[in-house]
Design a protein. Structure first.
Length: 250
């Protein structure tokens, strides 16, 4: 009898099973409701984030040096559309240091960001070779000065200056030996961009040599004067000189 009673005691369910099951079901219900509430909160947060991204789209827009926008930059001269790289999404960079190998293939440098080409042209004459961070700092300071003096976007000022600096006509040698003569020819848009940047940097370097003004100030003055097509710009003077010589060789 004692053995049977002991066996029944083992197999008998506890008295609080029903209350425990009801408590467990209550806990489960609370968890489910919490999860659904949390899910709805997550969806609301996602919607709010999407709305904020749409409203604050400017936060994802690349700005040169974190300040200057590429959005409303226009190239007025139609021949420079493909050679002043400023409107394509790929060339709208935060820092003009893409580390691209633009010299590998012919004409590939036309896809290089135009501000980076300005930075690269500052690294000349041996002692400045490879000092790209120094050149970037000079350009950044010059752009700050341009904005202070003109109250305009310095990228737009630089693009306007570049369109005024390249000679439209030049003279070249035709023939060989004693029969060589000079002939006036039209200049391609890419060469106009190349020579325009070179003339600007050369004039900047010459004006800052043995001067109290630093190179950033001279570069800012050169770009502003070139944008106005002023004869105070060394690049504009050089362009006029080249065109005058070419006119005599027509």
């Amino acid at each position: 009898v004692s053995t049977i009673f002991f066996f029944l005691m083992i197999r008998r369910p506890p008295r609080s099973t029903q209350s425990r099951s009801s408590a467990a079901s209550d806990v489960y219900k609370r968890q489910v409701s919490t999860q659904s509430t949390w899910g709805s909160k997550k969806n609301k947060q996602r919607l709010n984030m999407a709305e904020s991204v749409e409203k604050a789209h400017f936060a994802n827009t690349p700005l040169l040096f974190g300040k200057w926008s590429y959005q409303d930059i226009t190239v007025e001269d139609i021949c420079f559309k493909d050679y002043i790289a400023v409107s394509q999404t790929k060339v709208q960079v935060y820092l003009p240091h893409t580390a691209g190998r633009y010299q590998i293939k012919r004409f590939r440098k036309a896809t290089c960001p135009i501000v980076e080409r300005l930075v690269g042209s500052l690294q000349f004459h041996g002692r400045n070779t490879g000092k790209k961070q120094k050149a970037i700092r000079i350009v950044r300071q010059a752009f700050e000065l341009i904005h202070i003096l003109t109250k305009e976007n310095p990228i737009q000022v630089f693009v306007n200056a570049l369109q005024n600096c390249g000679a439209r006509e030049d003279a070249t040698r035709i023939g060989t030996g004693g029969n060589a003569r000079r002939q006036a020819v039209d200049v391609s848009p890419l060469r106009r961009v190349n020579t325009g940047i070179y003339y600007m940097i050369k004039g900047t370097r010459d004006s800052t040599f043995r001067s109290l003004r630093n190179i950033a100030e001279c570069l800012a003055d050169e770009i502003i004067n070139a944008a106005k097509n002023s004869p105070n710009s060394a690049a504009v003077r050089k362009k006029d000189e080249v065109e005058k010589v070419a006119k005599g060789d027509r």
